[in-house]
Every structure is written in structure tokens, then in C-alpha cells.
Write a protein that binds this ligand. Structure first.
Ligand code: N01
Length: 597
């Protein structure tokens, strides 16, 4: 027999749910899956609007990404002044970040602070993973089950499950025969790991590895880095927040945040929308790239308007970074191996590091190129490649995530007629606005596939989604509407728009996790929306203003509004004339524009 979850608490907003001990009880307005930044703000927001809401979270605490990813060196890659909530001025005023890029323990403390400040934990059930959610058409509610065999019902199901929360299933032959310790960066022990005096191997050179390698290298007797594909990494130049930056921010945080949100990436990056690298004198290019490199982080991404589109312009930045790698790495052969060659700059998420390249100058660090000597297997002592045996006391797997869809399609999610999300997404994730899925009424995805999400400052994307969803739920409630569902037609039109936004760029050229390329068998499709957070926000605003264009809204079985179109348009900025032929060529090649006669 199914045991129904009771979200027992004294709070009035939960009055409806506190009675929720049987299938006959009133379902709560919203069940939020995940208590990272998205889930926490969603809960706070809905409570403030008088809706009954509760959360389920697999971890023992809040924080999501920052709860799980405790590997040494983990820190944010967007400046903390921007990577923090802006929805509450008091919260904003009382928290002072210690560094430009806060480390994981501080981010987790911030998450805890937010949870305590808004008294969120009383409505979150921890240690509880959602295993299934089925839409009950007759009752117009979601029936949700957990891996502990408990159940609950809700009118709206809000998936705040994170874009990078489920590690890939990567394994290696013989891994279980290895007698040393094995760690995954994304599931790091809470008590920490002391590598002192140990021989350590690490597999992977994505952001997680790039952040942890310098720290592990400083502890371990020997560190062997197994690299399959080198990545581009820019220096964080981390440290205390420069007084001038803090002053600029604290003079008017509202305007500062508004300016961040009014960018493609959701953070201030001095993005240059007009100047082309291919039309700039070499000495001016160098000066601009040096200035941005010295500033650090992602600022170099915004240097020129053509690097994301024109291979020649991209090559200029690639060559600049290759020069920077050579400057930092003493051994030219190692520098060469660390230099990316198989993908344009920016087409995989670039990394932001503190001392990554310099770590390879240490006598106790060795770089193994898995393309030259493929990893054959693990054995009791360590790793055997096609060339050699390596003995280790510990191995770290920094092998990445089943991004964007992994946390959603691992839930047995079934919509109208019992259709499974896995089947709906068999050829890649299909959503309307990255917010809803056709055939899955009353189910929302915060920063879901098809939204700007991972291409942006996640906190700003989360705030925008939470506020849009909250407005939508209030609108439904006020009008006594019981369900909202993306129409198949609007979903198809949005998917086409997502494809149109990315096709002109170089982004599809990399075997990135954005493309699902890191998971064997995953459909190859660019998952986030590349049209920019500012444009996307405007589209979402238009959709809501047009009485939820593209959605079917019902009251019980009665259809109240049946919109099958998506006509909202992103504001189109100026596109440099020189890039137009390339853009047209790529849209045509992708079948998104008819070929010229
Ligand atoms: O994962 P990744 P990550 N044999 O997928 C390698 C965010 N993040 O956890 O490229 C050998 O980037 C794989 O090699 P290849 C950020 O958005 C942010 O590091 O497939 N190697 C690659 O080198 C980031 O992009 C921060 O050839 C194998 C690595 O493992 C995202 O999370 C910090 C392999 C995986 O790199 C993911 O980063 C950390 C195999 N079988 C993460 N399988 C911040 O700074 C995989 N690899 C905020």
C-alpha cells in the first residue's frame, strides 16, 4: 500500500498540504522537486503569493549544485556579486561575499542562509528522491512517488532539478577491481579527502577537473592527469572583490542587476556587438584580448562580435589563448598537449581557473594524453593504458554530467494518456520556452532544455523562470483555471526557434554536453536556447501578455483558451553586414531557411 506524504507544519500557507495524508485530501498547489537555488526561490515565491507549496530534495540539505559538488577548488565561474539572488533587497544588503568568485563552502553557506532567513526547510522533505510522477487527467493533478515508496499529489509539478545534477554513467573496465579509493567530483565526501602523500590519478579535464587539479597537486605525492580533450581555460584572477567593483555595485544594486539581466549571458561582460576581429588591426586585437584576459573570467568571450560565428575570427582568439598556455606551461610539449585543437573557442563551456596551467610545471604532476595512449582498463593497482601501467592510491573521476535532461528523464514522468517523457524526448528534448512540455500539463521546468539556462548566469535565469511561473500560477488560480499545457504546435515552433538561434553560430560544431555528445546514445541536439537571456525574457513576457499564447488552458475538462501559435519575437539587434552570408548559409544548410533560387 502506498504511504502518502504528509507535509505537516504549522504554517498557514501549508494548511492545505498538512491535511494531505490520503489520496482523497486536497492536493497542494505546487510540489517543487529540488532544493537548489531554483527550488528554494520557487518555494519562497509561491508562499509569498499565498499558494500552498512544498519541496522534495534528494540531498540531506539545500544548495543543489553547491551541496553535491564539494571537490577541492570548486567555486563559481560568474562573479559572486552577480551570482546571487536579487529578489530581496534585505538579503542582498546583509550578505557580503569574501571573494570575486566564491568557493563552494561559502556558496553552500549562502544557500543555508537563504533557507534559514526565509524559513524554507520546514516545507522541504530531504533525503527524498522523486522516482515517478503521473498526470491524473480526471482529477487534474500529478500523482508523485518517491524512491522510498511514499506518494503525494499536487496540482502543479515544478522540476527544479538542475541542469548538471546527474553524473554520467561513465565507467571503466575493471574499475571495481581497483583496490584504491575512487571519488567522483560531483559526489564528493562531505568530510573531505586528504590526498597527502598519495599517488592520485584524475580522469577528465572539464571545469571540475580544472578547478580541482591545482589543489590536489598541492597535496598529493604525485598527480597523474588523464586528458582526452583539452579545454580552453581563462584565469579567474580571484581574490577579494576590488573596492571599486563593490562600490559600483552597492551604489545601486537594482540598476546593476537590471543591467546584468539585460544581457545575453545574464552577467556584465562588456559584450561587443559591433566590432569584428577580422576587421580589426592585429595590435588592437591583441590589446583588447590582453585587457580582457587581465580582467579574467569569461570577459574574453565578449571581445568581438564575430568570434561565435566566423571561424576566422574564432581562430584569432584560439591562437591568443594558445599563446597564453605556452606562456604558463614551462614544457613546450606539455603546453602543446594542453592546447585545444578539435573545437572552436566557446563551443564547449570554457573553464575559469586558478593556477590550472601552472600546476603542470610542478615536478609531481604528469599529463597523459588518452588520445595517444587510450585507457585500456583499471586493475587492482591502478590504470593500464595502451602504453603503460600507472599505480594509484586514489582515482578521481571528473567525467561530467548527463546534462539538462538527465535529472528529468530519470524520473518516470508520464503525461496525458500515460505518455512517457523519455518517449516524447526520444529525438532530443522538446519544450515550449524551456518551461513546459506538450502533453505534460501543469508541469514546469526551471531552466529546462530550450531555455537560456547553462549559457547564462544561472541565478538570473532562475529568477526569471521562477517569477514567470509564479505569475502564471497566480493567473490560473485567480481565474479558477485548473490546467495549462503547451500546445504541440507552439512547442514545435519554439523548437524551430531554438534551432534557428544556434544554427548561425559555431556552437553545434563541438562534441559538447550542450549537444548531448558526452552521453553515448543521447540524441545529438543543441539543448539550451542560444538567443540570449534578455531576448528570451522579452519573449516570455510577450507570451504571458498575449494571455499565454501557445498554451491550452482548461477548467476541468472544459477548454477555456486554446492557443496553438507562437508569434512572439525576440528583439533583433544589429547584425554586422559581413556576417550575414555566413548566417544565411548555415540556416540554409540546417534546413531552417529556403535555399536562394
Ligand atoms: O564535466 P565536463 P565537468 N574517458 O563534461 C572526460 C559546470 N561546472 O564536471 O571532453 C576519458 O566538462 C571528458 O573528456 P572529453 C560547467 O558548466 C561549473 O568538468 O569527453 N575521459 C572531459 O574532459 C561545466 O561545463 C563549474 O573527451 C572522459 C571530462 O571528462 C559542467 O559543469 C565547475 C571519459 C568531463 O568534463 C561540466 O563540467 C565545474 C572517458 N570515458 C563544473 N568520459 C564552475 O566553475 C568523460 N571524460 C561554476
Amino acid at each position: 500500500m502506498i504511504k502518502y506524504i504528509s507535509f505537516m507544519n504549522k504554517d498557514t500557507t501549508m494548511a492545505a498540504s498538512s491535511k494531505h495524508t490520503s489520496p482523497d485530501a486536497q492536493p497542494i498547489d505546487a510540489l517543487i522537486v529540488g532544493a537548489g537555488f531554483a527550488g528554494m526561490y520557487m518555494l519562497h515565491k509561491l508562499r509569498g503569493l499565498g499558494l500552498s507549496a512544498a519541496g522534495l530534495e534528494a540531498g540531506r540539505g539545500v544548495g543543489g549544485t553547491w551541496y553535491w559538488n564539494r571537490y577541492p577548488g570548486a567555486r563559481v565561474d560568474i562573479q559572486s556579486l552577480e551570482y546571487s539572488f536579487g529578489f530581496d533587497e534585505d538579503l542582498e544588503a546583509e550578505w557580503r561575499w569574501s571573494e570575486r568568485y566564491a568557493p563552494q563552502p561559502e556558496l553552500l553557506r549562502y544557500a543555508e542562509h537563504v533557507a534559514d532567513r526565509f524559513d524554507l526547510k520546514r516545507d522541504i522533505r530531504f533525503n527524498t528522491r522523486v522516482s515517478a510522477a503521473h498526470w491524473d487527467e480526471a482529477a487534474q493533478v500529478w500523482q508523485v512517488e518517491t524512491d522510498a515508496g511514499a506518494a503525494t499529489r499536487c496540482r502543479h509539478l515544478i522540476l527544479a532539478t538542475g541542469c548538471l545534477s546527474i553524473p554520467t554513467d561513465v565507467t571503466f573496465p575493471g574499475l571495481d577491481t581497483f583496490t584504491g579509493e575512487v571519488y567522483r567530483t560531483s559526489r564528493w565526501p562531505h568530510e573531505g579527502v586528504d590526498f597527502s602523500g598519495k599517488r592520485v590519478g584524475i580522469i577528465g579535464t572539464g571545469s571540475s577537473a580544472i578547478q580541482s587539479i591545482p589543489i590536489i597537486a598541492g597535496q598529493a605525492a604525485r598527480l597523474t592527469v588523464f586528458q582526452r580533450t583539452p579545454n580552453y581555460s581563462m584565469p579567474a584572477h580571484n581574490g577579494p572583490i576590488p573596492e571599486a567593483d563593490f562600490e559600483a555595485w552597492s551604489r545601486d544594486p537594482r540598476s546593476y542587476r537590471a543591467a546584468s539581466k539585460d544581457t545575453g549571458g545574464g552577467f556584465q561582460n562588456e559584450a561587443n556587438a559591433a566590432t569584428l576581429a577580422t576587421e580589426t588591426a592585429p595590435e588592437d586585437i591583441k590589446a583588447e584580448l590582453e585587457r580582457r584576459w587581465a580582467w579574467g573570467g569569461f570577459r574574453i568571450l565578449g571581445a568581438f562580435a564575430d568570434t561565435a560565428i566566423d571561424p576566422e575570427a574564432n581562430r584569432i582568439v584560439q591562437d591568443f589563448i594558445a599563446g597564453k598556455i605556452r606562456q604558463q606551461v614551462a614544457d613546450p610539449a606539455v603546453a602543446e598537449r594542453l592546447t585545444p585543437k578539435d573545437h572552436p573557442f566557446g563551443t564547449k563551456r570554457p573553464c575559469v581557473d586558478t593556477g590550472y596551467y601552472a600546476a603542470f610545471n610542478r615536478p609531481n604532476v604528469e599529463l597523459i594524453d588518452l588520445r595517444a595512449e587510450p585507457l585500456r582498463e583499471f586493475n587492482a593497482h591502478g590504470i593500464r593504458t595502451e602504453a603503460r601501467d600507472y599505480a594509484f592510491d586514489a582515482v578521481v573521476l571528473a567525467t561530467g554530467f548527463d546534462a539538462m535532461t538527465g535529472a528529468i528523464d530519470r524520473i518516470d514522468l508520464r503525461g496525458v494518456g500515460g505518455r512517457r517523457i523519455k518517449d516524447h524526448w526520444a529525438e532530443g528534448p522538446r519544450t515550449y520556452l524551456g518551461l513546459m512540455v506538450s502533453g505534460f500539463p501543469n508541469m514546469f521546468t526551471i531552466t529546462g532544455p530550450g531555455s537560456p539556462s547553462v549559457l547564462t548566469n544561472m541565478i538570473n535565469s532562475i529568477e526569471q523562470h521562477v517569477e514567470w511561473i509564479a505569475d502564471c500560477l497566480v493567473s490560473l488560480k485567480q481565474r479558477q483555471q485548473t490546467s495549462i499545457e503547451a500546445s504541440a504546435e507552439a512547442e514545435a515552433a519554439w523548437c524551430q526557434h531554438v534551432a534557428e538561434a544556434v544554427a548561425p553560430t559555431l556552437l553545434p560544431q563541438a562534441n559538447s554536453w550542450y549537444m548531448g555528445a558526452n552521453v553515448p546514445g543521447k540524441p545529438r541536439m543543441f539543448m539550451p536556447y542560444a538567443g540570449g537571456l534578455n531576448n528570451y525574457t522579452e519573449i516570455c513576457r510577450q507570451v504571458a501578455a498575449k494571455d499565454y499564447e501557445g498554451f491550452i488552458i482548461r477548467q476541468g475538462n472544459r477548454v477555456l483558451s486554446d492557443s496553438r501559435v507562437f508569434t512572439s519575437q525576440p528583439p533583433i539587434g544589429e547584425i554586422p553586414e559581413k556576417l550575414m552570408p555566413l548566417i544565411v548559409e548555415r540556416l540554409t544548410a540546417a534546413g531552417l531557411m529556403p535555399a536562394a533560387q
